[in-house]
Design a protein around this ligand. Sequence first.
Ligand SMILES: Cc1cc2nc3c(=O)[nH]c(=O)nc-3n(C[C@H](O)[C@H](O)[C@H](O)COP(=O)(O)OP(=O)(O)OC[C@H]3O[C@@H](n4cnc5c(N)ncnc54)[C@H](O)[C@@H]3O)c2cc1C
Length: 390
Amino acid sequence: MDFALTDEERAVRDTVRSFIRREVMPLEAEVLRRERAHQPGLDHSELRELQLKARTFGFWGLATGEEYGGMNLPAVLQSLIWTELGHTFVPFRFGGEADNILFHATEEQKREFLIPTIEGERRSCFAITEPGAGSDAANIRLSARRDGDDWVLDGEKTFITGGHDADFAIVVAVTDREKGARNGGATAFLVDRAMGWRSEFIQTMGEGGPASLVFDGVRVPHRNILGEIGQGFTLGMEWIGKGRYTIPSHAIGIAERVLQMAIDYANTRETFGAKIGTNQAIQWMIADSETELEAARWLVLRSAWTVDAGLDPRHASSMGKLYGAGMVNRVVDRVLQIHGGMGYTRELPIERWYRQVRLYRIFEGTDEMQRLIISRDLLRGYTKIGGHLA
Ligand SMILES: Cc1cc2nc3c(=O)[nH]c(=O)nc-3n(C[C@H](O)[C@H](O)[C@H](O)COP(=O)(O)OP(=O)(O)OC[C@H]3O[C@@H](n4cnc5c(N)ncnc54)[C@H](O)[C@@H]3O)c2cc1C
């Protein structure tokens, strides 16, 4: 058994690390200042400029096929890169990406939606959640009714990331209520904002925020169906599946950064004439954080490895998402505690991470949904205890 990175993995990881340190981390003070003034940390043109700079180093389209100018990296490498991105709270990500399910587009749709999204000329959002259907996504109600060459969409989506800025939405709608969403009754549509949907920004405890999307008799041409009629729910689950290893990979990077801050603080802050790091109470918080961080790392890398090995990654990635999201919440909480009153202030970014990572236990499948998947797989005998080593 070999737990080491390959030379290629190490080289890619180190290049990303130095890019983040050199080009992205220096923006942190300004990002914090803007966010404190209720402005976006980075505006679209600044993000794009950074992405184009990264492109000159070859970092463009981590998950995008080479035929579209991307890197088509294996999941393990993508996971390692997401961990590097987690080292900073600057809302940077590499360019050249598109929603994974957009690659199911027809040639015409690729020209209209996929390629401009990869090139950063158009912005997408993905919408399945509704006010009455979150964890129970099969309960969606937004309907699409056929009318000649068009479909007419009526209903509301909510909590849609990027929904207020998107040029188009990938919307999962009910096309056959009798069948039900899970059994071929839902279809995905590519819906331009110009077709008439409107969005409303939702304030959250995090920076930035999702939006609700309102469809009131929005006409969408038949040619804008993504994939097949009836394939909407399957595509929705495919979209969500991607986040199950990128989110906890990001969480690992955040935990690494804040734990180092705690170690540095414990080695310098003095109370009662001694460094606080000499107290067992502080040492245990550091030890527990490092142990959980390491456990999360291997769960998540194993789930990414499962993707690369062509195995069904769902069970492993649910464990990685569940544990990684919980881990980063516990670590940030301890790090805040170690910093005492300073941890609670807005002079340091710890409270920002504290608010940010709370989301990780909710979106793209709550903790409870991950537990449901993990236990159901075992109870039905679909998965053996011990996974691929069983
Ligand atoms: C910031 C943000 C961004 C998001 N981005 C997107 C996006 O881009 N696109 C999109 O479509 N959606 C998005 N979502 C929606 C997100 O995926 C849902 O919020 C999430 O799936 C939970 O659904 P819900 O909020 O309706 O909670 P509910 O499903 O109502 O659940 C409420 C609580 O009950 C628990 N629960 C529910 N059912 C069970 C059960 N059977 N057993 C045990 N516990 C249960 C849940 O785990 C949760 O704790 C986003 C959400 C947020 C907050």
